[in-house]
Design a binder for this molecule. Structure first.
Ligand code: NAD
Ligand code: ZN
Length: 346
């Protein structure tokens, strides 16, 4: 397609983004062109906005940011058969090679050659996005765009909460950002017996309650370890779902995990830190699960099932909506901590 479009771009190495007019992307034979309907802001976008150490090492400007989105297919490449013009799709943001040993053994979510849209190649804070057709996920036409945009990030929560059984078990969720609160909802739907949740933001603890947490605690105000030990007859929890990346939350979470329990970890620490591995992991005989992205495509079928059955309602997670042009305000809202998911509309 010819013409120009609006896009939010990291123009140069340094903090901030700019709204620019650039040509609509051209597509290859295996790609599709999507007109964006909604795109949500992820924690990763905040790292890129702030230009922290991780972003400086990974991002090569100029690049269009954004990887959680949905939209309508407006053009398909000559070799594309599985997607039609007019389809309403969400996107798996991880583009994998389909050929490495991990892809070929059912572990494409940790493909050796993963490229992430909005990180390693142009993303979705734009009117149009080019994507390999293999990364499209079909939605029902009547799905609200902000929910469809959120499916990718919800997939992180689904992957985490369903990694190990939680049915009839006591669960601790550390970190109640958007992914944390969605994880609470999935653990609830999966039959957890009790869900404890921690965060340092009152706004987010409130959201955690709405999404199904039984007891919410602020480690800066409450004695997290004592309260949960008292409530579990001194045993602690069966499963830890770590969604903060905060060293103190990881330490407390592991302390509160029963011997023999499962720690499922998605939150990314901003840098390496010290941990008493001998006492918190090894001698307790726990199992640690690292969670990257979404399982292809197992997690996406679970996303579909949880949303269509009504087992999980994502509406309360979406707290703010902005036009693409208002991206500055949208990012400030997201960074304030007084928000759930913030969605942009081109
Ligand atoms: P977020 O930054 O909004 O959420 C993190 C939450 O942790 C915040 O609400 C924060 O207040 C809370 N927190 C900080 N210190 C805490 C403490 N000591 N105890 C309890 N809570 C504390 O991010 P998000 O979008 O919800 O994502 C959650 C994490 O998952 C982030 O670290 C993100 O980078 C990571 N992530 C990983 C993957 C993956 O594939 N592994 C995918 C998406 C996001
Ligand atoms: Zn691969």
């Amino acid at each position: 397609m010819q013409g120009m479009m609006k896009a939010v771009v990291k123009q140069t190495a340094g903090p901030g983004f700019e709204l620019v007019h650039i040509p609509i992307p051209q597509i290859g034979p295996h790609d599709i062109l999507i007109r964006t309907r909604a795109a949500s802001i992820c924690g990763t976008d905040i790292h890129i906005y702030n230009w922290d150490v991780w972003a400086a090492n990974r991002i090569k400007p100029p690049i269009i940011i954004g990887h959680e989105f949905c939209g309508d297919v407006v053009e398909i490449g000559s070799q594309v058969t599985e997607v039609q013009v007019g389809d309403f799709i969400s996107a798996e943001s991880h583009i994998v090679d389909h050929t490495c040993d991990l892809c070929r053994t059912g572990m494409a979510h940790i493909c050796r050659n993963t490229q992430i849209i909005g990180v390693d190649r142009d993303g979705s804070f734009a009117e149009y996005v080019a994507l390999p057709a293999a990364n499209a996920w079909h939605n029902p036409p009547n799905m609200p765009p902000e929910i469809a945009a959120l499916e990718e990030n919800f997939g992180n929560a689904v992957h985490t909460a369903l990694e190990t059984p939680v049915v009839a078990r006591k669960v601790l969720v550390t970190g109640c950002g958007p992914v944390g609160v969605m994880t609470i909802a999935v653990a609830k739907a999966a039959g957890a017996r009790a869900i404890y949740a921690s965060d340092i933001s009152a706004y987010r603890l409130d959201l955690a309650k709405k999404m199904g947490a039984d007891l919410t605690l602020n480690p800066q105000r409450d004695d997290l370890v004592k309260t949960i030990l008292d409530d579990t007859n001194g045993d602690g929890v069966d499963v830890l779902l770590e969604m903060s990346g905060a060293p103190s939350a990881i330490r407390d979470g592991l302390r509160l995990l029963k011997a023999g329990g499962h720690a499922v970890m998605l939150g990314l620490p901003s840098k390496p830190f010290e941990l008493d591995l001998a006492n918190l992991v090894i001698m307790k005989g726990i199992t640690v699960h690292g969670i990257a992205g979404r399982k292809l495509w197992e997690t996406w079928y679970e996303i579909r099932g949880l949303l269509r059955s009504g087992a999980v309602n994502l509406e309360p997670v979406i707290t703010h909506r902005f036009k693409l042009e208002e991206f500055q305000k949208a990012f400030e809202t997201m960074m304030s901590g007084d928000s759930g998911k913030v969605v942009l509309f081109p």
